[in-house]
Design a protein around this ligand. Sequence first.
Ligand code: FMN
Length: 167
Amino acid sequence: MKKRRESGTIDFVADRHLLIVYHSQSGTTTRMADAVIRGATHADVSGVDVRVKSALDADAGDLLWADGFILGTPENFGYMSGAMKYFLDRVYYPCEGKLNGRPWALFVRAGNDGTGAISSIRRILTGLAVKEVQEPLLIKGDFDEARLADCEELGLTMAAGLEAGVF
Ligand SMILES: Cc1cc2nc3c(=O)[nH]c(=O)nc-3n(C[C@H](O)[C@H](O)[C@H](O)COP(=O)(O)O)c2cc1C
């Protein structure tokens, strides 16, 4: 961590920034997000600031702040959720050409499919020239509690990778 002095105070500021943006309507994607956040903020990783935003609130400033990001969405009507699409609609042009291959990863909750949410997000992010560094984490069908460990692992891997500068 880097030490910064501001107005006579000393802040300990992490060197790298990880943004987590997600949306959930009935709460299951939130459960995944909570586990991802637990992993990303694990005590073993000290050099990464983690910012968590709802897809309805996050904006281009958040994405430009981030050295890497994780998106989470349910699949609705064979696509990402409307809220996640709203986020990507708002950030696309302000961020186009400015993200320089930043690493990203995705988690998806779906009733029985999930492929439409994954492909729709990938298609848009291809245009932003960012780098998908992990396979999407998909929980579909009955909610399998055991998969929350995978969500935690996803958050930890992204944060640790950013800290170590491996992406
Ligand atoms: C309006 C709506 C559309 C949905 N469309 C799909 C779909 O196309 N494919 C799928 O696998 N599940 C679909 N589902 C199921 C959701 O993905 C599932 O209920 C998920 O757990 C919702 O996440 P949430 O609890 O975070 O809101 C749909 C659910 C809703 C409410």
